[in-house]
Design a binder for this molecule. Structure first.
Ligand code: F6P
Length: 541
């Protein structure tokens, strides 16, 4: 046991005792005993409303969770991140995505140097380039303006911009079409290219390292397509730009130095949307809207930095997550946006959360003996209601839910929005309060069906509401979850900003790729299952 282990603290023990006392309480009882409960467990900050009253928490639970956060030195840890300390210790890097949206003029110092002039300079270059594309002044190799933007990247170099471009499509310039190619499956790029005119297509090769195999394979295919279609290597200069930290690899690909938009090793891939990785988004929605998103992020950053934990939205969201995972044993949590534009938000959060907190080794190198990051999943409402909500309501697992919704629609489309929002609110109500056997009997439901039609309720959810989905609000939501993840990493005493767990698969794939190239499946020292699978693919492929 180390001093850093949260579960060995007296604050954790107090939570354990408290959990034993309250675990039998129902949300029905909690609401019945306190008519002011909703107000007491709702925070309205930064233009967001977060109602966490339908979680199985009391005022004492929140106080004890707060004690835990304080005892883990959370305030100090937040200051260390914003202060540019190298808190990504296994990679020896600072974690400064907050600098990317720090547009107020305050310096952020890393190794004695203010990073902000560099951040502003890249944003300015992105703005100029986006305007050039959007105004039709950037011409392709044959002199035609660009109409199609294809972002080639994977993981953090894809999920952020693709999620946000879809989320903010309402604000996009519709004549410019955005595409995102990520999968190394050739079907992804081939299906994307088949509808496009190379003369009017610009590729953004987005890769922090510029070595990621999937991205490099897709970029090479796109390059061949451009050169073959336009008949000259010189076309690469007008049809490719790069977003990377690796200038020599970018130059070797044939992209001009002045067409490389740089970012820095202190920006983690899954935290990089506000960097040049967001270039495709900026082109789609325009610099002004992009900057609004950054302002929204910054507003949430400042809220996180400056607000007492009792009103601090990322901290509360994180602590409720800890309560579910470590005391109620929740294995997963669902994020359910009631907004079609946020269709990819759960997928984006999967990387943000699971690549950050899916760790089983603590900061001292010991195997943890408590649960860490849960499985994050979700689909937009109301589709999920007709798919997996059955399990949420009547299954044997506890799945805490975050609902995300908006008071106003972006489209005036009859009563659609009323229907949508009503469903979201109703789902939270149904999960919390269920439907008892007595209620069913009062409705004259046949006795034999009562066990099947009973909803035990008492299933936790948090509802996050904003007025409407716009760039600023999206920025706040993204930063809210980023900081939630940070807080949980502190409590779990794990390093949230590395991702060593992705390395082994990459290395083994490279070995198998080499063996495939030589047509070998039998002598690579693999187990019998791996060899048989290789043989099947080699013989039939
Ligand atoms: O999946 C591992 C990972 O390193 C992610 O963290 C990252 O977002 C992704 O690969 C892409 O990396 P790059 O931007 O270097 O191509």
């Amino acid at each position: 046991m180390t001093t850093r282990d949260s579960t060995a603290t007296k604050e954790w023990q107090a939570l354990r005792v408290h959990h034993d006392e309250v675990k039998g309480m129902t949300l029905g009882e909690l609401f019945a005993s306190d008519p002011a409960r909703a107000g007491a467990f709702t925070v309205s900050e930064c233009g967001l409303l977060m109602d966490y009253s339908k979680n199985r928490v009391t005022a004492r639970t929140m106080a004890l969770l707060n004690d835990l956060a304080m005892s883990r030195g959370l305030e100090k840890e937040i200051a260390r991140m914003f202060g540019g300390e190298k808190i990504n210790a296994t990679e020896g890097r600072a974690v400064l995505h907050v600098a990317l949206r720090n547009l107020g003029g305050d310096p952020i110092i890393l190794d004695g140097i203010d990073v902000m002039p560099g951040v502003r300079a890249v944003l300015e270059r992105m703005r100029e380039f986006s305007d050039e594309i959007r105004d039709g002044n950037w011409k392709g190799h044959t002199g035609r303006p660009v109409r199609n933007i294809v972002n080639i990247g994977i993981g953090g170099s894809d999920l952020g911009p693709s999620m946000a471009t879809e989320a903010l499509a309402f604000y996009s310039r519709r004549e410019l079409r955005s595409f995102f190619v990520s999968n190394v499956d050739g079907s992804h790029i081939m299906e994307t290219l088949r509808g496009l005119d190379p003369e009017e297509t610009l590729f953004i090769v987005a890769s922090k390292t510029f070595t990621t195999q999937e991205t490099m394979a897709n970029a090479a295919t796109a390059r061949r397509w451009v050169v073959d279609s336009l008949g000259s290597d010189a076309a690469v200069r007008r049809h490719f730009v790069a977003v990377s930290t690796n200038s020599s690899a970018v130059a070797a690909f044939g992209i001009d130095r002045e067409r490389m938009f740089e970012f820095w090793d202190w920006v983690g891939g899954r935290y990089s949307l506000a960097s040049a990785i967001g270039l495709s988004l900026m082109i789609s929605i325009g610099p002004e809207r992009f900057f609004e998103m950054l302002e929204g992020m910054h507003e949430m950053d400042m809220h996180f930095l400056r607000t007492p934990f009792t009103r601090n939205m990322p901290v509360i969201l994180a602590l409720i997550g800890i309560w579910h995972v470590n005391f109620f044993g929740a294995e997963s949590c669902a994020v359910l946006p009631y907004d079609q534009y946020l269709r990819r938000f759960p997928a984006y959060l999967q990387q943000a959360d699971m690549e950050s907190n899916g760790k089983g080794t603590d900061r001292d190198g010991n195997r943890v003996n408590y649960a860490t990051g849960p499985v994050v999943w979700g689909e937009p409402g109301t589709n999920g209601q007709h798919a997996f909500y059955q399990l949420l309501h009547q299954g044997t697992r506890l799945v805490p839910v975050d609902f995300i919704g908006f008071a106003s629609p972006l489209w005036e489309a009859g009563n659609h929005h009323r229907l949508l929002v009503a469903h979201m609110i109703a789902q939270a109500e149904a999960l919390a309060f269920g439907k008892s056997a007595d209620q069913l009997r009062a409705e004259h439901i046949p006795e034999r069906l009562i066990p099947f039609r009973t909803f035990e309720g008492n299933r936790p959810s948090t509802v996050i509401l904003a007025d409407r989905l716009d760039p600023r609000t999206l920025g706040k939501l993204i930063a809210l979850y980023e900081h939630k993840i940070f807080v949980q990493g502190i409590i779990w005493n794990i390093y949230s900003f590395d991702q060593w767990g992705v390395e082994l698969g990459k290395a083994l794939a490279n070995r198998i790729i080499g063996e495939f190239e030589q047509g070998r499946w039998h002598d690579g020292g693999h187990d019998s299952s791996t060899s048989a699978l290789m043989r099947y693919c080699l013989e039939r492929g």
